[in-house]
Design a protein around this ligand. Structure first.
Ligand SMILES: [Zn+2]
Length: 478
């Protein structure tokens, strides 16, 4: 697959369509998730939800419509979101007294409610998560990555003090990193957003950032420390142990169906989708080959393997349709199924089957006696292999020796000429918004985050050359 921007977008959309993950609808920017696409989300949900609950959170549900006056209460919040809000202005044939927004996020509605729910220090912390759909009317859309309606989870917590709230913010970011790396096999850099890239209304925003195969970045999850800003706007106070009314400190954190887009863009290849085994709707496909219809023992054997895999909780399909094996191989490859097993009369005679991992060229022979164990091992090995491949790719395309705009422009010209991807740049930043803005203007590189553990520390600002306050990842981003 070519990594050039236009070709890559085309490859991405074709890959999704061939894998039958989604469909477009007549509503611009709103897609339908088909079962294989939705199941990817269900696996992400299950993994996240388990960890949320292990750390004391519970799920709740809040309304999708939010009164306009709620947005006016927090100035930065309305400024950040108002251009993207779709509004409901009439119902039952009548103009509404107050416009209602389709939620872009729920801080305001939840802030309003928390002011009633929280009275005393005994009510804290409040640890709530919501699984929901949200709306941001996007001009340029791309399935899963940027759509006008998308699915996500948003955690909203309230705490007695800053220390407790900050601990929560970091804990949730760590959970995101664990799930995205462990389940989706996508390596991420965790770090802090610069002030200009902060969530609208946050004191501090932290993110995990992932590199796609075209070198662009996807913000894969964010966790915000909101301080007392929303508590002041919505009057969320509690009586502390000293009998004083004080504001709570709140956090919010979210991940969305963008993660599905990231999986496709990180692991896909020329043949289409490649899914990490832990998230694949179908992990193993069994395909009879050769004159198998004349030999009922083949299907019998495959049925036996099918049952054994199923008993182990492995998601397996047996494709005994009347298509040719070549056609089936291609179809299941497009769907990104991690492991394929072929069994024909000759194989059965030799008591072996052929196993092919989606991301490897060669098929390998496996003994029928231990085939279930072989498959289990391969699923685990492939999961690790995909993570290591993505990590190697990221490392090859992370540049840490670019320290001036001149060098950056030279690097960009060179990658243009060689048709290679420009990747990410780790560079120093003085902390001035103007420098950040100028880098963006001149190169379309934006600050991704200030990594917690940068591979090297930078001492001068890439733009003005003055002393650097931070070492920052810069990249073009989705
Ligand atoms: Zn500077």
């Amino acid at each position: 697959m070519s990594q050039k921007t236009n070709d890559f977008s085309k490859w991405y959309v074709e890959t999704i369509q061939k894998a039958d993950l989604m469909d477009y609808t007549p509503v611009r920017g709103c897609i339908a998730f088909k079962p294989d696409g939705y199941e990817l989300w269900e696996h992400i949900q299950a993994e996240m939800d388990k960890r949320f609950k292990e750390t004391g959170h519970r799920n709740a549900y809040f309304p999708m419509l939010i009164p306009e006056s709620f947005f006016q209460k927090e100035k930065d919040h309305i400024e950040g979101f108002s251009p993207e809000l779709p509004w409901v202005t009439e119902a039952a044939g009548e103009q509404l007294e107050e416009r209602l927004a389709l939620r872009p996020t729920s801080e305001t509605m939840i802030g309003h409610l928390y002011s009633n729910w929280i009275k005393s220090y005994r009510d804290l912390p409040v640890l709530i998560n919501q699984w929901a759909n949200v709306f941001r009317w996007e001009k340029k859309t791309l399935p899963f990555i940027r759509t006008s309606e998308f699915l996500w989870q948003e955690g909203h917590t309230a705490h007695v003090d800053e220390e407790d709230a900050r601990k929560e913010t970091m804990q949730m970011l760590a959970i995101y990193k664990e799930v995205v790396e462990g389940l989706l096999a996508i390596p991420v850099y965790d770090g802090q957003k610069t002030p200009s890239e902060r969530f609208a209304g946050a004191v501090d925003t932290f993110s995990i950032e992932a590199m796609m195969k075209d070198g662009k970045a996807v913000q894969a999850g964010t966790s915000h420390y909101l301080g007392t800003k929303f508590a002041e706007a919505f009057d969320i106070k509690y009586l502390n142990k000293e009998n004083k009314h004080v504001h709570v400190h709140t956090t919010s954190w979210g991940t969305s169906t963008r993660l599905i887009g990231s999986v496709i863009m990180v692991h896909g290849d020329e043949q289409g989708l490649v899914l990490p085994p832990r998230i694949a709707p179908t992990q193993v496909v069994l395909i009879p080959v050769g004159p198998w219809k004349k030999n009922p023992k083949i299907i019998e054997k495959l049925d036996e393997i099918f049952a054994a895999l199923k008993a182990k909780g492995i998601r397996v399909r047996l494709d005994d349709s009347d298509q040719s094996p070549g056609y089936k191989f291609n179809e299941w490859e497009l769907k990104g199924v991690p492991v394929r097993i072929e069994l024909g009369p000759r194989d059965l005679e030799n008591q072996q089957g052929l196993m092919k991992a989606r991301d490897e060229e060669e098929k390998v022979s496996v003994s029928l006696e231990t085939i279930v164990e072989s498959i289990e091992t391969e699923l685990e090995t492939m999961q690790t292999r995909l993570f290591e491949k993505a990590k190697a790719f990221r490392s090859n395309n992370s540049h840490t020796h670019i320290d001036s705009m001149e060098q950056l422009k030279q690097h960009l010209a060179q990658s243009e000429q060689n048709e290679t991807i420009p990747g990410w740049i780790l560079a120093g930043w003085c902390g001035d918004d103007v420098c950040e803005e100028k880098v963006k203007e001149e190169t379309k590189f934006t600050t991704r985050n200030i990594p917690f553990n940068p591979p090297v520390t930078k001492h001068t600002c890439i733009h003005c050359g003055k002393e650097a306050q931070h070492t920052v990842w810069f990249a073009r981003a989705y």
